[in-house]
Design a protein around this ligand. Sequence first.
Ligand code: NAP
Length: 498
Amino acid sequence: MTITDTPAAVSSGVHFPPGRLFIGGEWREAADGGRRDVISPATGKVISSVAWATTADVDAAVGAARESFDSGVWSRLSGRERSRVLLKAVEILRERREELAQLESHDAGKPITFARIVDVEHAILQFEYAASLGQHLDGSVREIPANAHAYIRKEPIGVVAAITPFNFPLILSSTKIAPALVAGNSVVHKPASDTPLSALFMAQVLKDAGVPDGVFNVITGSGASLGDHLVGHPQVDKVAFTGSTEVGAHAAALASRTLKPFTAELGGNAANILFADADLDKAIGTVIGAFVFNAGQFCMAGPRLLVERPIYDTVLGILSQAVPGVPFGDITDEATVVGPLASQNQLDKVTAMVESARRDGAQVVCGGEQVDMGGGFYYRPTVLAGLSSDAECVREEVFGPVLTVQPFDTEEEAISMANGTAYGLASGIQTSNIARIHRVAKRLDAGICWVNGWAVLDPSVPFGGVKASGWGREYGPEALASYQRTKSIVIDLGEEQA
Ligand code: NAP
C-alpha cells in the first residue's frame, strides 16, 4: 500500500497506509476512526493523514507490547539473535534511504541534503551501533567473602513508552527504539503530532526485518490527551521522553508516582564561547552552523554567542555579511541549508521571541522577519546584539534560527554567562589555547562540550543534559544500560570443603 494523498516526491514508494496505527504487528484505524492531516512545513499543504489515537488505542498498544514481552518471543532471544534482526533493519534502511529522506524532508520541512546525510544516516548508525552492543549483553561476576557464587545479569525492563518531539523525528525515534529493542524490551512509540510519518515508516521496516508482532507499536495522537494515560499506564515499565522541559517535568512527575524509570532529554539553550585567539574563519562557520542548522530547531543548538570583547565588533560585522548569504528556502534544492520551521506554532513562537527581544532593546544585525514563500513557515536567520543576560530571548530557548551575541571581558565572566540559564545540554568553546580548553570545558554546566566545532555526534558518545535539560544519557553503552535492569544472583555453595 502507498500513501495516496501525498505529493509525488513523498508518495513514490512509501509502504505504509495513511490513517492507521501500528499495533500488534497490524495497521489499524483508531478506535473511533479519528484522523488528522499531516501538513508540509514547506508549503503549508496537507501531505498525508494519520490516525488520531484514543486512550483505548493506547491500551491496545500497551497490551500488545505487554503480551509480546511476557511471551518471551523477543525478550528471551539472545542478544545476538536480536542484533541480527536490527542488522536486517539496517540493510532495509540502506536500500530505502532515499524514500525515507524524502519522507522526512517533506514531513519535517528539512532541506533534502540534510535529511539524507544527517537524519537518515544517523538513524541507520543508531541501529548499527545498537546491534553491535547486542552482540555482548554481558553481565559480570563479583568475588564475595561468603562461600557463594555471585553474578550480575542485565535484563530488559519490559514495556517502554518512547515519546519524541517534532524536530528530529527519525533520529530521536531511533536513539530510543534501537537500544530499547536490542536490550529485549517491547516498545510503544508516540512520535510528535506534527511529524509522525517516519515513525510509521520505521514500523514497517522493523516488521519486514523480523521484529515479532507486538514488540514495536506506534500510536499517533495528541500528547496532551494521551500522554498522561501512556506515562501512567500500569503496564508500562519505563518511559523514555524527549521534548520540552515543561512537558518532560510533568511526565516525570507522573511516572514517579508509579516509580517508573524515566529518561528525560529536555530543552537546551547552549552558549558558544568565542575567544579572541580562535581561528576566526573556522569559528564563524561553526557559529553559523550551530544556530541555523535545522532552522535552529535543535536542542543542542548554539543560539547564545559569547564573544571576547576585542573581536566583538569584527564578529558582528562578519555575521551581518555572512548570515544573509546562507542558502535559504526550497527544501528540494540540494544547496539549501535553512528551510522552514516545522509548524505555524513554531513560526508564531519564534516571531514572538524576536518581538520580545526588540522590546528589550535588541539591535537586529540581520533577519528578524518572516519570509513569504507562497506558503510554509519561513523565518529568516536572525542575529541580535545588545541584549542583556536577563532578556527573555537570551534566557529562554527560542528554538528557531536566532542568534544572540554578547561580549565578555574575562574567562571567568564567559563561564558565568554560559552557565547562567536554567538549561545545561550542550556548550562550546572556540579557542586555540589548549590549557584554556580543559580549564573551561570542565567548568561548563552541560552534558556535552564541543571544542572548535559544533554538534559532532556519534552513536558511541553519551548525550544528554544536566539541570533543566534533563537526566539520563542516550547514545553509547549508557543508552543500552538505561533500557536494562540489573539482577544479582547469589548461589550459596554450602560448607567449604577442607
Ligand atoms: P513537547 O511539546 O514537549 O512534545 C514532546 C512530545 O511529548 C510530543 O510527542 C508530544 O506530543 C508529547 N506530549 C505532549 N504532552 C504530553 C504529556 N502530557 N505527556 C506525555 N507526552 C506529552 O516538545 P516539542 O515542542 O515537540 O519539541 C521541542 C522541545 O524538545 C525543545 O524544548 C527541545 O529542546 C527538546 N528536545 C530535546 C532534545 C534532547 O535530546 N535533549 C532533543 C530534541 C528536542 P504532541 O506532539 O502530540 O504534542
